[in-house]
Design a protein around this ligand. Structure first.
Ligand SMILES: Cc1ncc(C[n+]2csc(CCOP(=O)(O)OP(=O)(O)O)c2C)c(N)n1
Ligand SMILES: [Mg+2]
Length: 560
């Protein structure tokens, strides 16, 4: 970075600002609209690794997954119109998943803007509802301010995505180098002593309390603080959909996950709880069994809702106690809350028993038993292994049978967005090359962003990709059989040979047709010294961990 009297281009100032805020990796698909930034990144190539993806949606998912796995904003660059529209899936995911992310979009120059110039879109309108803030930088001398604001906003309160548009002509203009600026701070509220006292009093009267963890921004220390509190109070804890790694699933307090395919006993327990302490969870459709486990507007349970975003509190539920606080701040304050859990000891023990019972492997039709495979992997992989999944019923086996040992071992889209697993698997491995990363995908899911296995090869991201192939968009087929039995349409898939496809990209590729083949195939994949892919050919009847397609169809037909 130059001194204060040095002239820098806006593009260089942008890269200077990224360095100030500690960015060390960015994901992109290049475009002529922001060539000046790519050139400035060339000068910074020793400090910022630029990962070039094969699809802008892949790049934005990678940045989102980077945000999830590191807790710092994932950085993504794409070009105008087509790049921006492709990249929107990662922005939507970051918004719903509360993941810090900054998307920079090359924009038509201000000399042509508002003429519907080539690939022109007004990004403020396009991303309006999808991002925490969408802005356009029109002056080189304010680049530093915009980028700083973007980092602060992405990380403050309820974290999320920020989009900054970069008009092409602006990027070439110059301004004085910004004076030395500070790295962004994470701004979060703290609970008041009065809040914590009211919480203590409510828990003091409880007979059937339950803690629900979810959302962001958690830190390792915050998770440890919550774990200590739950242990000492003997409080049962459930994690919401795809935030299963916030609490060590091996602890006696852990009662399971509240999301799609919830253990029916846990669902009942949430209904039966007298005090619900929801910490970080948004209490949206997925976390509440479509607003049935916790009923709006005034839940039967005494609801204590702790959230980092003040705007989330009282949004759907009129809780007893609403606390606007960052997770770390709230978790630290729990140390001062002394609660005697003897009144609910049996309640906690039965919650754990229900969970252990739920984790007993259920056989499914066919020669490939996914429960046994998930259990084998659980035993084989070290604690810090990262499990990435996309969206689809296949993920249910790992959701149900995995035991997440701690924070940032699960990277999955809470918004149920398909095509996530492969780019997430690449980003997680690039963030943590020393850890084992497994990416589990459906056959439909995989081919939405399977091209990013080329990126894994290019950057040496030795992830093990798995494809659970049932020859269909199984989740939708399941819903179809339930609503329109025996009228199968638009859900069948004719698939390639996935292992051969992977080999064509240079990966190690294998096919598994029976459970016993999996362990040796997985060992070979781990030892391959390069990215690997294992296709699991499963019986299409094995539609969920708990039922078959035929059973769903018969039930629907009996109803009609
Ligand atoms: C980007 C996107 N498109 C469409 C959907 C709707 N959808 C949800 S699950 C699913 C099918 C998933 O198929 P697959 O990956 O093969 O997994 P399976 O359910 O068969 O295990 C579809 C199409 C979605 N969630 N995300
Ligand atoms: Mg499928």
């Amino acid at each position: 970075m130059g001194g204060s009297d040095t002239q820098r281009t806006a593009a260089q100032l942008l890269v200077d600002a990224l360095l100030v805020h500690g960015a060390d990796t960015a994901f992109c698909v290049p475009g002529e609209s922001y060539l000046a930034v790519i050139d400035a990144l060339y000068d910074a190539r020793e400090s910022i690794r630029l990962v070039v993806a094969r699809q802008d949606g892949g790049a934005s998912y990678m940045a989102e997954a980077w945000g999830k796995v590191t807790g710092r904003p994932g950085i993504c660059f794409v070009t105008r119109g087509p790049g921006a529209t492709n990249a929107s899936v990662g922005v939507h995911t970051a918004f719903q998943d509360s993941t810090p992310m900054i998307l920079f979009v090359g924009q038509v120059g201000n000399d042509f803007v508002e003429r519907e110039a080539f690939q022109e879109i007004d990004f403020r309108r396009m991303y309006g509802q999808m991002a925490k803030w969408v802005a356009q930088i029109d002056r080189a001398d304010r680049v530093q301010e915009y980028v700083s604001h973007a980092f602060h906003l992405a990380m403050s309160g309820r974290p999320g995505p920020v989009v900054l548009a970069l008009p092409e002509d602006m990027l070439a203009t110059t301004a004085r180098a910004a004076p030395q600026t500070r790295r962004y701070q994470v701004v979060q509220a703290s609970p008041s002593a009065q809040d914590m006292e009211r919480l203590r009093a409510l828990l003091g009267r409880a007979k059937r309390p339950l803690m629900l963890l979810g959302g962001t921004p958690w830190t390792r220390e915050a998770c440890a603080d919550v774990q200590r509190f739950a242990q000492s109070a003997g409080l049962p804890v459930a994690c919401t959909f795809r935030y299963q790694d916030l609490f060590d699933n091996r602890y006696a307090c852990y009662a399971g996950d509240a999301g799609i395919g919830i253990n029916p006993k846990l669902a009942q327990r949430i209904k039966d709880a007298d005090v619900l302490l929801a910490v970080g969870a948004r209490l949206g459709e997925m976390e509440t069994g479509a607003y049935t486990l916790i009923e709006p507007p005034c839940p039967k349970q005494t609801l204590v809702h702790v959230h980092a975003g003040a705007e989330e509190l009282g949004r759907v539920y009129q809780g007893e106690l609403l606390i606007n606080s960052g997770m770390a701040q709230f978790a630290a304050a729990l140390a001062g809350v002394a609660v005697d859990g003897s009144a609910w000891r049996a309640w906690r023990e039965s919650a754990r028993e229900d969970y252990l019972e739920w984790q007993k492997p259920q056989p499914i039709p066919g020669k490939v038993q996914l429960a046994e495979i998930a259990l084998w992997m659980r035993g084989r992989l070290p604690e810090d292994a990262i499990l990435c999944t996309g969206a689809g019923n296949f993920s249910g086996w790992w959701q149900r049978y995995w035991r997440f040992p701690g924070m940032r071992t699960q990277v999955a889209p809470c918004n149920g967005s398909m095509g996530y697993g492969v780019p997430a698997g690449v980003a997680a491995k690039l963030a943590h090359p020393e850890r084992i990363v497994v990416s589990v995908n459906g056959d439909g899911d995989f081919l939405m962003n399977g091209q990013e296995i080329a990126t894994a090869m290019q950057y040496g991201a030795n992830t093990v990709f798995m494809v659970v192939n049932n020859g269909m968009y199984g989740t939708i087929r399941m819903h179809q059989e339930r609503e329109y039995p025996a009228r199968v349409y638009a859900t069948a898939l004719a698939n390639p040979d996935f292992a051969a496809l992977a080999r064509a990209y240079g990966l190690h590729g294998e096919t598994v047709d029976a459970t016993a083949q999996f362990a040796p195939a997985f060992e070979r994949a781990l030892a391959a010294g390069k990215p690997a892919l294992i296709e699991l050919r499963v019986d299409p009847q094995a539609i969920t961990t708990a039922t078959t397609l035929d059973a769903i169809r018969s039930k629907a037909q009996a109803r009609n």
